[in-house]
Write a protein that binds this ligand. Structure first.
Ligand code: GLN
Length: 333
């Protein structure tokens, strides 16, 4: 019997398997990880919608969507990925991005700070315990300060500038959710206290009431999970939106945004998040979470029921599962 040379055998086997290899494309692997995380988490109805903002309390608690947008613009999704929800604190990294883009690193170090708080997002304690700055841009005190520091010729330009910038991250224009904005503005007692404390400490760059109004608007921007994932994918892609091709943020600032997301994106649950998912990410009490895998993709989970710290329960669990399945943690050797 003639012996088949090993190389020929290997080539023949490869040809045989080619269609299968083609089917197991990178998209198929991502879709499989997303689907299995979705199924594993779907039945989890723990936590509850944000109660302190009536419009968020009224959102459909069952909504659940997962999306991946890759740095080459591929979109992999499952569930409620086209449903608009309020971005809330998931906007904070993008306001920070605009501040960095406008004014560079020093303003963040000198006027806001970069230290994790280990405190709830809306804590007054964090800024009223003799610290020299509002701590970091991922908690309300630092995020409100970031809004006040944005440079504009006239105060009324601050909001359109910010909304336009978010749209560039998303690759399409974004809009305000009018009912959420109204509800937030009527119920934001803690943030009113915060902005006044920031003012008496001399930390704000603009007047307290117009600053708080822009912050309320930034929280009330409508995004779909897909749009939020495009925003995250722009960070993953070193500041260039993979869908529009536009450079939105200089590459030199991207790691600064991601570092702060890693350290404080989940407030007093940030340690647990880094430990279990190993990715820079930011949550919002509207139920969205955007996680960034630098150089590769963004993963968004959306579901309105929240943990005690204000982070989407299904969103966290699903992204943790995807991160483990695809070995995405930044901290893997
Ligand atoms: N606008 C909300 C607030 O400041 C956002 C909070 C959040 O999403 N964690 O209360």
């Amino acid at each position: 019997m003639a012996r088949i040379p090993a190389a020929r055998l290997l080539a023949g086997l490869c040809l045989l398997w080619a269609p299968l290899l083609f089917a197991a494309s990178p998209d198929a692997a991502l879709q499989a990880a997303l689907d299995s995380a979705y199924s594993a988490v779907e039945a989890d109805d723990s936590g509850e919608n944000a109660q302190y903002i009536p419009a968020l309390a009224a959102a459909d608690p069952e909504a659940f969507g997962l999306v991946i947008v890759t740095v080459d613009g591929r979109v992999i999704e499952r569930g409620d990925t086209g449903v608009p929800f309020a971005i809330m604190s998931a906007a904070k990294p993008f306001t920070l991005a605009l501040l960095l883009q406008q004014q560079g690193t020093q303003v963040v170090l000198e006027r806001i700070g970069v230290e994790p708080t280990g405190l709830p997002f809306n804590s007054l304690e964090g800024i009223d315990r003799g610290v020299p700055k509002p701590l970091n841009p991922m908690v309300n005190a630092g995020a409100i300060t970031a809004v006040s520091l944005l440079q504009v010729d006239a105060p009324e330009q601050r909001w359109p500038l910010l909304l336009d910038y978010y749209g560039r991250f998303a690759g399409e224009p974004l809009e305000l959710m009018g009912d959420v904005y109204k509800s937030v503005s009527q119920s934001n007692y803690r943030n009113r206290a915060l902005v006044n404390l920031l003012q008496v400490n001399g930390w704000l760059g603009a007047d307290p009431s117009s600053t708080l109004d822009v912050y309320n608007k930034q929280s009330s921007v409508a995004v779909t999970a897909r749009q939020l994932a495009a925003m995250g994918a722009t960070l993953a892609n070193a500041g260039i939106n993979p869908l529009s091709g536009e450079r939105v943020l200089d590459a030199q600032y991207v790691d600064e945004v991601l570092a702060l997301m890693t350290l404080g994106g989940f407030y007093d649950e940030s340690g647990w998040w880094a430990y279990s998912a190993g990715l820079p990410a930011k949550s919002g009490v509207g139920g969205g979470i955007v996680a960034v895998v630098p150089g590769r993709m963004a993963i968004v989970g959306y579901s309105p029921r929240l943990s005690a710290a204000g982070n989407s329960v299904r969103g966290m669990r699903a992204i943790q599962a995807i991160s483990r399945e695809l070995e995405l943690s930044l901290f893997l050797p």
